[in-house]
Design a protein. Structure first.
Length: 128
């Protein structure tokens, strides 16, 4: 197994589970166990969205990383894995750091575009 594929998979796992811990901790501290009024500027809502979005994309990226990483991937595929991982972190930063999720921002845009582009490139790599 390629170590870069493993490291990228681990980094995505830390992102997913770290966000889950943050959401649970903030829910406990704010005594908001479920529901509540949606406020795009509230940290809890931003973390919930970041965690949900991460949970939508990270599992399939991890499958791609591990499958391709077990097949002696080309250097270009490894770079795409690194870029996909960085894109996921950028997207989370773009959701959590700004005052509100209402307005688009460059981190979120680059993170989303990178996720889509890298994901499609990795899917194409499966066919080679």
């Amino acid at each position: 197994m390629n170590p870069i594929a493993l490291w990228c998979t681990a980094a995505l796992g830390f992102l997913l589970f770290g966000l889950g811990i943050c959401v649970s901790g903030l829910r406990f501290r704010s005594r908001t166990l479920s529901g509540g009024a949606r406020d795009p500027s509230r940290l809890l809502d931003k973390l919930i969205r970041a965690h949900g979005n991460t949970a939508e994309f990270v599992p399939f990226l991890a499958v791609l990383f591990l499958f391709l990483g077990g097949r002696s991937p080309a250097a270009s595929v490894l770079w795409i894995m690194v870029a996909a991982t960085a894109s996921r972190y950028l997207l989370v930063a773009g959701l959590v750091l700004p005052r509100s999720m209402d307005a688009p921002n460059p981190l979120r845009f680059v993170g989303a575009l990178g996720t889509y582009g890298c994901g499609i490139a990795l899917c194409i790599s499966l066919l080679k």
